[in-house]
Design a protein around this ligand. Structure first.
Ligand code: PMP
Length: 398
């Protein structure tokens, strides 16, 4: 019956989590693989604002009816205001179609299904490199996926001219998947001037920008991290935005995200919203209620919102501190090399430039886990392990 079914090779990042869990070197092992924020104590945090919201949900207990296909109204409003800014014209004009989704992944999937259905000849282009699941999700939705030049290991920056030249070769309605901030996996973002240039090309070539923002608040701040999204709207682009609350609310397992499509007119936005709902109906019918309720409560209460932003900035600052400490510790051990990139890169990740063989040595000899492509989740470092990790990296670099 199933003899024709081919085995699944497993996900490179999630597979690493299993390997880490099964590693019995519990006294020294360090998980810098998965993109998860851990506290200084190495724990997954429950944010204070979330605890308050959950206390409200629990007392009196809320009934768990089905949510609308597109999620709670207060949740959708929160997504829109975070992404596009409070009281912005595009929201007031009703030109944004937003749905709550199952994490950022769900937003990418619903968006990709919608594009495949209504722009059947569109191809999707992702940065080289990108988060691996971008490729799987768009291919899974039936689109052909290609890569555009992005990361330049020589400069630890962006191959900007090559990226622009590549965009010039694309066809109308081709999708370009962009990371507005905290690029995963490299931590290398476009500058504001570069966004201006890229988005002008996107507009002139009539490409579809699909902006995936999973780390809002971890780069510079909530507004600055949304710069590229707001610039795209300012330029009058029709833009898809997928957002995730997994990291900035530490609600990974609740699967909370959103998909917003900015349309040229309210009428088009309404039609798009209808089709997005139908897409949802055909896959999972409606989103889970708990995450929607938490976001609705936190984001629509001024004090809780402020508390949340503050908690995100604490996470951001701890990561920055770890970047600086790792950089200094490595610089001390290998003064002839330049580790300045650790503090230049933004967000949770750092592309270390370590080879797959060096990453394997880190894992086997030192129980330090990172992704084979050399991506390190800096949020897995803390004051208790940063020197150990620096030693281990220095050893494999010698
Ligand atoms: N986009 C990017 C760039 C990500 O890094 C992630 C999470 N690793 C996602 C989307 C998916 O987020 P979620 O876990 O909310 O599905």
């Amino acid at each position: 019956m199933f003899t024709h079914v081919t085995p699944y090779a497993g996900d490179p990042i999630l597979g690493l989590m299993d390997k880490f869990a099964n590693d019995d070197r519990t006294d020294i092992k360090v998980n810098l693989g998965v993109g998860v924020y851990y506290t200084e104590d190495g724990k997954l945090p429950v944010l204070e604002c979330v605890k308050t919201a959950e206390a409200k949900i629990a007392n009196p207990p809320r009934p768990r009816g089905y949510l609308p296909m597109d999620g709670l109204a207060g949740y959708k409003k929160a997504c829109q205001e975070l992404l596009f800014g409070k009281d912005t014209a595009v929201i007031k004009e009703g030109r944004v179609a937003t749905i709550a989704t199952l994490g950022g992944s769900g937003a990418l999937k619903v968006g990709a299904d919608f594009i495949h259905e209504w722009f059947p000849t569109a191809k999707c282009y992702v940065s080289d490199p990108t988060w691996g699941n971008h490729i799987s999700i768009f291919e899974g939705a039936g689109l052909q996926v290609g890569k555009y030049p992005y990361y330049d290991p020589a400069t630890i920056g962006v191959k900007f001219d090559e990226m622009c030249a590549f965009f010039e070769t694309l066809n109308e309605n081709d999708v370009v998947l962009l990371h507005p901030c905290c690029h995963n996996p490299t931590g290398v973002d476009l500058s504001r001037e570069q966004w201006e240039v890229v988005l002008d090309i996107v507009k002139r070539k009539k490409l579809i920008p699909f902006m995936d923002i999973a780390y809002q608040g971890f780069g510079d701040d909530m507004d600055a991290d949304a710069f590229a999204i707001r610039l795209a709207v300012e330029k009058g682009l029709t833009v898809f935005v997928s957002n995730s609350f997994s990291k900035n609310l530490s609600l990974y397992g609740e699967r909370v995200g959103g998909l917003s499509v900015v349309a040229p007119t309210k009428a088009e936005a309404d039609t798009v919203l209808g089709q997005l709902k139908f897409t949802v109906r055909r896959i999972y019918s409606s989103p889970p209620s708990h995450g929607n309720a938490v976001v609705d409560i936190v984001m629509n209460d001024e004090a809780l919102f402020e508390q949340w932003v503050d908690e995100v900035y604490q996470m951001r600052d701890r990561i920055r501190d770890m970047r600086a400490k790792l950089q200094a510790a490595l610089q001390q051990r290998l003064p002839e090399r330049d580790f300045g990139y650790f503090t230049k890169q933004r967000g949770m990740f750092s592309f270390t430039g370590l080879t797959a063989a060096q990453v394997a040595r880190l894992r086997e000899e030192f129980a330090v886990y990172m992704v084979d492509n050399g991506r390190m989740c800096v949020a897995g470092l803390n004051n208790a392990n940063v020197e150990y990790v620096a030693n281990a990296i220095a050893e494999v670099l010698k």
